[in-house]
Design a binder for this molecule. Structure first.
Ligand SMILES: Cc1cc2nc3c(=O)[nH]c(=O)nc-3n(C[C@H](O)[C@H](O)[C@H](O)COP(=O)(O)O)c2cc1C
Length: 178
């Protein structure tokens, strides 16, 4: 069972779950929502993946996931995040430094998949946060290009997720699971 894959995830508005299902279609793995992780025996898996959405620069639930798995010996740990921001070197390097220590990055492989924003599925509090943030940007003078782009991007529901995005992670998993 050395290299069986456990795919743990947290998904509030469905984007991460969509990526989880795409991954599950092309590799053999056991999927489990993070809040049900105690129902599986982690010892049976050599590779543990965690996927979740971005929330104000943070990968949701990552801390709890790290607490659960980081000091288990002999596991390969992979983390992916989904977010509305586009896939650029700058964004990915910011997500890495804001969410992992240098030491953690030696042990964890990280991937980022662009998703979108779904106001219909958002909880009330999140909707309020997004609307407030968007209003602040809207009325801000001298917006930077990034702020202007963010303001336009987060004002409505959109979905830029694509199956193609998972390819680098699948290639990596195929490499380490043999
Ligand atoms: C309150 C809030 C904050 C967000 N912050 C970010 C962010 O910092 N960076 C980003 O790329 N996307 C951000 N998003 C977009 C989500 O990360 C994106 O929709 C993600 O795919 C949600 O995953 P889920 O549907 O699986 O929960 C935010 C969304 C909400 C509601």
């Amino acid at each position: 069972m050395g290299n069986s894959i456990l795919l743990v995830y947290k998904s509030k508005t469905g984007f991460t779950k969509k990526y989880v299902d795409w991954i599950d279609e092309v590799i053999s793995c056991q999927k489990v929502p993070f809040d049900q992780i105690n129902n599986v025996d982690i010892n049976n898996y050599g590779i543990i993946i965690y996927g979740a959405g971005m929330h104000a620069g943070r990968i949701q639930g990552l801390k709890e996931f790290k607490n659960k798995v980081l000091n288990l010996a002999g596991k390969k740990i992979v983390v992916f995040a989904t977010g509305g921001a586009p896939y650029t070197e700058e964004i990915i390097s910011t997500i890495k430094t804001d969410n992992f220590s240098a030491n953690e990055l030696n042990k964890i492989s990280f991937f980022y998949f662009q998703s979108g924003i779904n106001y219909d599925k958002m909880r009330f509090l999140d909707k309020t946060i997004m609307k407030t943030y968007n209003r602040i940007l809207e009325f801000k003078n001298d917006k930077s290009d990034i702020e202007d782009g963010t303001n336009k991007a987060i004002s409505r529901t959109y979905d830029h997720s694509s199956r193609e995005n998972i390819k680098p992670m699948i290639d990596y998993l195929n490499k380490i699971s043999n």
